[in-house]
Design a protein around this ligand. Sequence first.
Ligand SMILES: [Zn+2]
Length: 341
Amino acid sequence: MLADLQHGPHIAADSVVLKAVLLVQPVKRNNMNAKQKTQQIKLGTLASGFDLTIPILIAEGITPNPIVGISAAVHGDEIVGVQILRELWSLLAREQIQGSVWLMPVVNPLAFEYLTRNTPLDMLDINRTFPGNASGWISEQMAHAISEQYLSRLDYYIDIHAGGTFPLVDYCFLLNNGDFARAFHSKLLYTPAQPYQGTTASVTLKRNVPTVVIEIGGGYEQQEEQVKRGVSKICNMLRYAGVLGGAVEAPPSQTLLREISIMRPKNGGLCYPVRPFPPGEHLMGRVKLAEVVSPYSFESLETMETPFEKNVVVLSRNYVTRVNPGDYTFMIGNLATAETL
Ligand SMILES: [Zn+2]
């Protein structure tokens, strides 16, 4: 009824009826749930003949702005973020929102297809190639299109990562907006001395767009807790951005890390953790974390230990896994240089 009156060509611009409709319009539209639609970023055709497209799912409220972008699976073996966005998408369908939420559930579909961190076609980590190159490798072409058609449109940006195929992780990068990052309620926050170059976040940071990179879950264990918490705390971030109504829940006490040691073994084989080390656990002094064992002779090739006097587990492997030399095996934060917020 309202739509007919608005769009009907028979209504003259100065008619009394139209003025009445315009007056009631904001009230009516405030009661509408988010409209949902899909857009495609189109790249070329693959050698297989299939078209390469990257979908964007858009939930739009009463006004199109602000636009909050949330992406996942920029690394193809990090599937928890996709699960979080699936739940969030169905939740947004039932909500009234201000502005828009633009979800990109799979930033790198080629890597997701093979469940690999890097793009199988050119072996590149797309998250080191942004803002990309329209005439470069396929990862660079994708990064260029995503930068132009997605990242450059956003007013807020959240990128969800995970530990990958085997490790479990739990922290959040505090980059250019502390309140936005803290609204995710991660117990561990991290501000690196040097931010990673070539990431999706590097594009939005350059534009001074509030940007948060979340690291949550990973490994093919049950992730129900992480998915539930991810959805709930991203809703808190959407309240901070003014997209969802209601008060922002205050964060708990959080530890801001300045130094994290990425522990990569020198030898490949089977990695036997001493026991599960949940992210967030404090470990004092030198503590043995794991043994790397040869699968050919069963001899121990290497012992991995905590690197600091006061350690906190950031990423861990909680069951026996295959490791290659240089793999992310543990990440340990230094509590001596950390700050309690
Ligand atoms: Zn990642």
